[in-house]
Design a protein around this ligand. Structure first.
Ligand code: SF4
Length: 367
């Protein structure tokens, strides 16, 4: 049973599914019903910063503030920011000249930055600093004429942004199976980089195969798969080993959330599902289930997890134990454009962090 969590609260409106607690039936099972709640889960430092950047931009400049692509891959976050006056667009040519535009946490290619400047847009770059680090690595290796094997998913915004830094030098490697057919110009000059939100295990398998084919393959200077992705995967591995079913809160286009479902299945969960909202949990998922594992992706506000716990409590899963495998206290300062325009603002959020309020998890004590 737990009463606190390290996950930060989001300042957005509460998602409410009326009667969440009563929707699922409390059917009998063999053994005691319980929830294992993975920690860390939910918001990472890059997502927190990006969402605050949009909120602060709306406060400072007034609505509308345009955002290129989803600021983070979570439908609830996007919907709530739209209510505050954010307008999400696919490309900068949809934005009126002179308007403010926020680049999402996933990053953008230099072409997008140039297109925004040409249009006279006032850009606020909310790219996660850990994505920017990978961009810089790509630029550096390309300058050295090294071919970059970028492990990641074709079409993902982050991969497009990173590849856009050095399109002539980047080859995207989607999976271990891609390796056999890869062609490189000079096997002596190759390096691998990766998207920040991949499965650690699958990426290591891809690298193993790459090295088999290209023994001179260079490693990135530091881990590209970010701390938040890694920590959430480590935590769900531990939970999955004891869970009959794992429920991951996160959106379908959230790479790290989808990876959590895969990792849970790989590490012992008998079944694993992803939901945006607690209302999507189906009664039959809980048939005969004693232990439910719960986690959430790095772009998921804690309220959505609370709502799931509330629904599970209604189905008899009131004993909630947090399984914590790491502490997280990383915080990024706001994008420099906002810091400049907010200078003089002294509140904690202006520095890029949430207020220190801790959410209360409604896991009722076990009987
Ligand atoms: S998942 Fe990692 S790389 Fe992506 S925004 Fe969060 S901290 Fe940054």
């Amino acid at each position: 049973m737990i009463s606190s969590t390290d996950a930060p609260m989001i300042g957005l409106g509460m998602p409410r599914v009326p009667g969440a607690r009563d929707r699922l039936k409390d059917n009998p099972v063999v053994g005691q019903k319980r929830v294992l709640l993975a920690a860390p889960r939910g918001y990472c430092a890059g997502v927190d910063r990006a969402v605050i950047a949009v909120e602060k931009a709306l406060e400072r400049y007034g609505a509308p503030v345009y955002v290129r692509k989803q600021i983070v891959h979570n439908i609830h976050v996007v919907t709530e920011l739209e209510k505050l006056g954010a307008v999400f667009v696919d490309e900068v040519d949809e934005v009126p000249t002179g308007a403010h535009i926020v680049f999402s946490a996933h990053g953008v290619s230099p072409m997008v930055v140039a297109a925004a400047a040409e249009r006279g847009l006032r850009a606020i770059d909310a790219t996660c600093p850990l994505v920017t680090k990978v961009h810089r690595e790509a630029v550096r290796f390309a300058r050295d004429n090294t071919q970059i094997l970028l492990i990641g998913h074709t079409g993902h915004e982050e991969v497009e942004g990173t590849a856009g830094e050095a399109p002539e030098h980047v080859t995207i490697v989607n999976s271990p199976d891609d390796v056999a057919t890869l062609e490189v110009a000079d096997p002596e000059k190759v390096v691998w980089l990766s998207q920040t939100t991949l499965s650690v295990d699958e990426t290591m398998e891809t690298v193993r195969r790459l090295r088999e084919r290209f023994p001179k393959l260079q490693d990135p200077p530091s881990d590209d798969i970010c701390y938040a992705t890694q920590n959430r995967q480590v935590a769900i591995k531990k939970v999955a080993a004891e869970a009959d079913v794992v429920i991951v809160v996160g959106s379908a286009n959230s790479s790290n959330s989808v990876r959590l479902v895969e990792v849970a299945l790989e590490y012992g969960a008998k079944a694993a599902y992803r939901v945006d909202y607690a209302s999507e949990v189906r009664q039959e998922w809980l048939d005969g289930v004693a232990t439910v594992g719960v986690t959430s992706g790095a772009s998921v506000p804690e309220e959505l997890v609370e709502e799931l716990l509330e629904a599970l409590a209604g189905a008899g899963y009131r004993d909630v134990t947090e399984v914590k495998t790491a502490e997280e206290d990383l915080m990024f300062s706001l994008p420099k454009e906002l810091r400049r325009d907010l200078s003089g603002a002294r509140d904690e959020r202006a520095l890029g962090g949430r207020m220190t309020r801790r959410p209360e998890i409604r896991g009722a004590p076990s009987a």
